[in-house]
Design a binder for this molecule. Structure first.
Ligand SMILES: *Cc1c(COP(=O)(O)O)cnc(C)c1O
Length: 234
C-alpha cells in the first residue's frame, strides 16, 4: 500500500479513536492502537512504523517470525493474537512481548516455562469466548476465574487482562453487549487482582462500541492497511 494512503488511514483511525474516547469522557491516550499486520508484507509494517505506530499484532506464527526477523532493526512491540497450538509455544515465548490469545492452562504453563529468563515478563491476556460460540476459541466465562487464578501465579508471565472477538454484527447496540460483558468479567477479576488493566477488544468494524465499553487496546487491521485479500489455498 502506498505511503499517502497509509498515512491517510492512520490519521483517520486516530481521529476515530480520539472522538470515541471523548464521547465516553475518556482520555484518547487511554486507548492504545494495536495495528494488526497479518497477511501484510514487512514493508507495510516498516512504513506504518515510520508513521508512528509501534505495536503490531500477528495471527500466524511462521509469517510473524519472518516479519519480526526482517524488522529486527526497528524497536517494535509484537503481540501474538491468533490461536495457539501447544507445540508452538516456544517461538511465541521467545519472540513476542504480548500474547492476547491464551485460553487454557497448558498453553500458559508452556509459555511460562519457555519464556527466556533474560527477557521481561511476557504480557498476557486471556481470550474469552464471550459470545459462547461453539466453534470459537477462548475460555468460557464459567472457567475464566479459575484459569485467571492459575495464570496469575505463573513465573515470567504477567497477566494483564482479557481479550475477546465477539460474533460479528453491524448493529451498534448489539456490538456493545459482549464488550460490556467482557468489561464486567474483568471487574470481577480485579477484586482479587487489582493490577489487571487491559481490555483488548474492538476491531475495524466495532471500535466505537468497544471504546464506549472500556477497551484499552483496539486491534485494527483493515482500517489501517486496507482490505485483506482472501488467503491463498484456504
Ligand atoms: C484480523 C484480526 C483483527 C483485525 O481485524 P480488522 O477487522 O481487519 O480490523 C483483530 N483481532 C484479531 C484477533 C484478528 O484476527
Amino acid at each position: 500500500m502506498d505511503n499517502d494512503a497509509l498515512r491517510h488511514n492512520i490519521d483517520k483511525l486516530l481521529e476515530r479513536v480520539r472522538l470515541s474516547a471523548e464521547k465516553s469522557q475518556r482520555k484518547a491516550d487511554s486507548v492504545q492502537v494495536l495495528a494488526v499486520s497479518k497477511t501484510r508484507p514487512a514493508d507495510d509494517v516498516r512504513r506504518a512504523a515510520a508513521l508512528g505506530l509501534r505495536d503490531f499484532g500477528e495471527n500466524y506464527l511462521q509469517e510473524a517470525l519472518d516479519k519480526i526477523a526482517a524488522l529486527a532493526d526497528l524497536d517494535l512491540c509484537w503481540h501474538f493474537i491468533g490461536p495457539i497450538q501447544s507445540n508452538k509455544t516456544r517461538p511465541i515465548a521467545t519472540h513476542f512481548q504480548w500474547v492476547h490469545s491464551v485460553d487454557r492452562l497448558k498453553v500458559a504453563r508452556r509459555l511460562s516455562e519457555q519464556r527466556p529468563p533474560g527477557l521481561p515478563d511476557l504480557q498476557v491476556c486471556l481470550q474469552v469466548n464471550i459470545s459462547g460460540e461453539e466453534s470459537k476459541s477462548g475460555v468460557s466465562l464459567a472457567d475464566l476465574p479459575g484459569l485467571a487464578r492459575e495464570v496469575a501465579q505463573l513465573p515470567r508471565l504477567r497477566l494483564r487482562g482479557l481479550m475477546a472477538i465477539p460474533a460479528a454484527t453491524t448493529d451498534p447496540a448489539q456490538q456493545r453487549a459482549p464488550f460490556a460483558a467482557l468489561r464486567a468479567a474483568l471487574a470481577d477479576l480485579q477484586r482479587q487482582n487489582p493490577d489487571l488493566d487491559t481490555l483488548s477488544m474492538g476491531m475495524s468494524g466495532d471500535l466505537e462500541a468497544a471504546v464506549a465499553e472500556g477497551a484499552t487496546i483496539v486491534r485494527i487491521g483493515t482500517d489501517i492497511f486496507g482490505p485483506r485479500s482472501a488467503p491463498a489455498g484456504g
